[in-house]
Ligand binder design. Structure first.
Ligand SMILES: Cc1cc2nc3c(=O)[nH]c(=O)nc-3n(C[C@H](O)[C@H](O)[C@H](O)COP(=O)(O)O)c2cc1C
Length: 174
């Protein structure tokens, strides 16, 4: 399911007609809801920077949608000794047939020291490895959230979004 967030912001800020700097796709998976909270925060930070955001759960998502965006951001929790959430499996199986060389990506992984601390936030590295395997471009180094995400939304996550915004301005503003 795609959630178009940009129009809501027009209403909030009264800034229509809206002109986006870049088109950004956010893809996430979640089991307990934490990753969705971070995905929503990333979306709202980038909307404030005047980017057009579309959000998708990875479940049953066609990887071909990536081609419609300037930047794709992946978010996943880490489960079971350093693995991605299973919902990503079919997605990454199917995306190899696309030509995504040099498409821009970012990755954020969640985890918690309460579980398998030796594999803390491994999902970040796994997402980045998938990106490198298809010769994608990592626009900004991955974000690792190894604590309750609510504690770092306005610090760590907001700062990461600032870096993404800089990348988008440098590469996509007309
Ligand atoms: C069964 C289980 C296994 C987990 N395994 C790991 C792990 O290997 N590494 C890690 O950093 N976090 C691990 N975690 C912590 C989750 O990644 C963390 O709670 C995350 O915020 C969950 O995101 P979600 O609410 O979006 O599903 C595990 C949690 C559970 C319940």
């Amino acid at each position: 399911m795609e959630l178009e967030l940009v129009h809501g912001l027009d209403n909030v800020l009264g800034c229509s007609p809206y002109k986006a700097v870049a088109k950004v796709q956010i893809i996430f998976s979640t089991v307990g809801g934490n990753t969705e909270i971070v995905a929503n925060k990333v979306a709202s930070e980038l909307i404030l920077k005047e980017h057009k955001i579309s959000m998708f759960r990875v479940d049953n998502l066609d990887p071909g949608t990536i081609l419609n965006y300037d930047l794709t951001i992946f978010l996943s929790p880490t489960y079971n000794q350093g693995t991605l959430d299973d919902h990503y499996k079919p997605f990454f199986k199917n995306w190899k047939k696309l030509d995504l060389k040099n498409h821009a990506f970012c990755a954020a992984g969640l985890g918690n020291t309460k579980y398998y601390s030796e594999y803390l936030t491994e999902s970040t590295g796994l997402l980045e490895q998938e990106i490198l395997n298809i010769q994608g471009l990592i626009a900004v180094p991955g974000l690792r959230i190894g604590v309750d995400p609510l504690k770092v939304l306005d610090s760590l996550v907001a700062k990461w979004c600032q870096k993404i915004d800089l990348f988008l301005i440098e590469n996509f503003s007309k």
